[in-house]
Design a protein around this ligand. Structure first.
Ligand SMILES: Cc1cc2nc3c(=O)[nH]c(=O)nc-3n(C[C@H](O)[C@H](O)[C@H](O)COP(=O)(O)O)c2cc1C
Length: 174
């Protein structure tokens, strides 16, 4: 028997890979924001898209400085994922308040989050309005991954998937 979803129909498309988006404002202050609505959209040029609510600090940062990094967190970074997904950079300095360790990136000035499983450094290619979100197309400048978890594709990686609410999991190959 089928049941009609009254709320959250998009959760049929979850679980989705969790990423931590780092960005910076015009003064160079960095910020971290948790996302699950992120996906590849073009092979040539290599583009990924992240859907961000218009009100987010990250949205403002990316429009102004035209760059961001998709950091792919590991299970042991779940607390950062939860905290950076519930407080806005408009209110607090999340990197300082949550003692998030960052380091310089290779191709852009925005820092990356130390200890992540992988990193995709992007420059803004284009962006579009989509309801209460913007879709940011980022051109991949460089992508890096911890080699023990990746051989052409992920090998049972300790990366996080978001089901909804406060429920997370991981994937295994079959
Ligand atoms: C697991 C998880 C996934 C999320 N995915 C998204 C997303 O894909 N897009 C989005 O706009 N917000 C998403 N959020 C909400 C933002 O992370 C949250 O509102 C954050 O405080 C915005 O931070 P900022 O204002 O510093 O950019 C998600 C939150 C969590 C916990």
């Amino acid at each position: 028997m089928l049941k009609k979803l009254e709320k959250y129909p998009y959760r049929l498309l979850h679980p989705k890979l969790v990423a931590l988006i780092t960005s910076r404002d015009e003064k160079g202050n960095p910020n971290v924001c948790t996302v699950a609505w992120i996906m590849p959209v073009s092979i040539e040029p290599p583009l990924i898209t992240v859907a961000l609510q218009k009100k987010h600090k990250t949205t403002d940062n990316i429009i102004k400085t035209k760059e961001f990094i998709a950091n792919i967190p590991k299970e042991n970074q779940l607390e950062i994922v939860k905290k950076c997904g519930s407080k806005s950079g408009w209110e607090i300095d999340k990197i300082k308040e949550y003692s998030i360790k960052t380091e310089g990136a290779k191709r852009i000035e925005t820092p990356k989050i130390s200890g992540s499983a992988g990193y995709i450094e992007c420059e803004l290619y284009s962006y579009f309005e989509a309801g209460d979100h913007y879709l940011f197309n980022g051109k991949i400048l460089i992508a890096e991954v911890e080699d023990e978890y990746f051989e052409e594709m992920w090998i049972n990686p300790p990366i996080l998937y978001h089901f909804g609410k406060d429920v997370y999991g991981r994937v295994n190959r079959i």
